[in-house]
Design a binder for this molecule. Structure first.
Ligand code: HEM
Length: 452
């Protein structure tokens, strides 16, 4: 979970509740004081504590604690494994812990050093004293040196997240402001009206372990480098990567600087989100058809279409992932392929918060990233929310998209000089290793409902 300045190390421990009565009593007395309120763990929250502890429960976990109330989110209730096919996952790639569909909850512990994380973990283990058992652990860690804050493909992450209206900190320029109920249950704008009272101010946490095949990604960029005049071969490879992502490695949006990176812009939080793909000042540019600034299929445009949608839409998530796994080795670089050694697996421990999983993470993955033509989608709860740009046959998201039957993906628009050309991608650079849907409760819900 990313909180400002504090996402350097993190452990996610998936747990099974073995002794519900004992665990509930520990939860209410000794674990509760360690838990950081959800409001404080959303990105950009002011003054996060030195070590953040979050606890969240799957539907099975709530059942184990004797909670009968229906949170009214079908994806949460059914669990992520039953959503796997919809998301485009191959469950043969899933971690056994997730594929066995028997995770009750997760602790997320985050601090600036791994020692502090481990200290907090042992404290929790001592308190729980056998009432819960750990079924799986993933350790996230910021990448070293200048790569800090960048995901394993090399791009600055954690730049664009919606800001909650009326909450916490003022929005940055260009930041989308959404009703708090888009993220927090029971707040204004929650699309589901029927929630148990105790669920208010909690949020659904979609966790995904997303493996990244970095040498393969880099080789693809070199092999398919664009041919923009005036750029070297290596710059043309970087250009392709930037157009696939929608941002340069520095974080600078290609919508603002289409042909070369601008690290000063990338690092400037007051400017690096000020774009919406439309370019009203450019008389020769029609954003509904022209992709010379940013392709329709670019990862950030697929997952947040900004002004491509007619009215303000509700498909927003707040992301808080962190990289896991070691840096690429020389041997992997030399062979252009990821090692099969499990200890060298790397990727993104992806975390997304929302009040409605079907409209949040699952929608972004299924209906946008995996969909090659989504101009015709009408959102059932808001018929006026329609794509106004021409998204017909734009192809899948080149970073996270999955084509039918996991076949080749064919994003268009990546070549600025031949925008109808599709570039075939025969392999996945991101492989889902599975995950689970959790509910991250408010402090008072832990105190008054889950622990009694
Ligand atoms: C933005 C990388 C998975 C949704 C970004 C950015 C990067 C990135 C570099 C731009 C920086 C930023 O805006 O914070 C990745 C990688 C992934 C991954 C490497 C997999 C390993 C996902 C998934 C989803 C997602 C699974 C949702 C289904 C988003 C959203 C944004 C974003 C909503 C912000 C777009 C915007 O507001 O401009 N991602 N991402 N990402 N990503 Fe991902």
């Amino acid at each position: 979970v990313a909180a400002s300045g504090l996402n350097l190390s993190n452990i996610q421990g998936d747990i099974l509740v073995d002794d519900p009565a004992a665990f509930k009593s520990q939860l209410g007395s000794e674990i509760l004081p360690l838990i950081t309120p959800i409001i404080q763990i959303l990105p950009d929250a002011p003054d996060p504590p030195a070590t953040i502890v979050n606890i969240a429960f799957s539907q099975k976990g709530l059942n184990a604690l004797g909670i009968q109330d229906n949170l009214n989110d079908a994806d949460f209730t059914n669990g992520q494994l039953s959503n796997a096919a919809f998301l485009g996952d191959q469950t043969s790639n899933w971690e056994p812990a997730f594929a066995s569909n028997n995770v009750h909850g997760v602790f997320l512990i985050e601090s600036d050093t791994i020692d502090s994380v481990n200290a907090k973990l042992s404290q929790i283990q001592t308190i729980s004293n056998g009432s819960i058992s750990e079924v799986y652990r993933i350790q996230g860690q910021a990448r070293p040196g200048d790569e800090q804050g960048h995901e394993h493909f090399g791009f600055l992450d954690g730049v664009s997240n919606p800001s909650l209206r009326g909450f916490v900190v003022p929005a940055l320029p260009g930041q989308t402001i959404v009703d708090p109920g888009i993220i927090l249950l029971g707040e204004e704008g929650d699309t589901v009206l029927e929630r148990p009272d105790w669920a208010k101010d909690g949020s659904f946490l979609a966790f995904r372990q997303l493996q990244q095949r970095v040498p393969e990604f880099n080789k693809f960029l070199v092999d398919n480098a664009l041919s923009e005049p005036g750029l070297s071969a290596s710059e043309n490879a970087q250009l392709l990567g930037a157009r696939m992502m929608g941002r340069w490695k520095s974080g600078a949006p290609i919508d603002l600087t289409p042909l070369k990176d601008d690290p000063v812009l990338g690092a400037d939080h007051n400017r690096n989100n000020v774009f919406n793909f439309t370019h009203p000042d450019d008389p020769n540019f029609d954003f509904k058809t022209n992709q010379s600034y940013c392709p329709f299929s670019a990862h950030i445009r697929k997952t947040n279409p900004r002004a491509d949608i007619a009215t303000s839409f509700k498909q927003h998530i707040i992301r808080g992932g962190i990289p896991y796994g070691p840096e690429v080795t020389d041997a992997e670089n030399a062979s252009n392929s990821s090692s099969t050694d499990p200890s060298l697996e790397r990727g993104l421990a992806f975390v997304a918060y929302q009040s409605n999983i079907e409209q949040g993470f699952a929608f972004l993955q299924h209906s946008w990233a995996n969909n090659n033509s989504f101009h015709i989608i009408l959102l059932s709860d808001a018929p006026n929310q329609q794509f106004i740009a021409n998204y017909n046959s734009v192809g899948e998201d080149p970073i996270i998209g999955v084509a039918p039957n996991d076949g080749p993906r064919s994003p268009a628009g990546l070549d600025p000089n031949n925008q109808t050309r599709t570039i075939t991608i025969n392999e996945d650079f991101v492989v889902s290793r599975g995950g689970e849907y959790f509910f991250s409760p408010s402090i008072s819900a832990i105190q008054n409902t889950l622990s009694v």
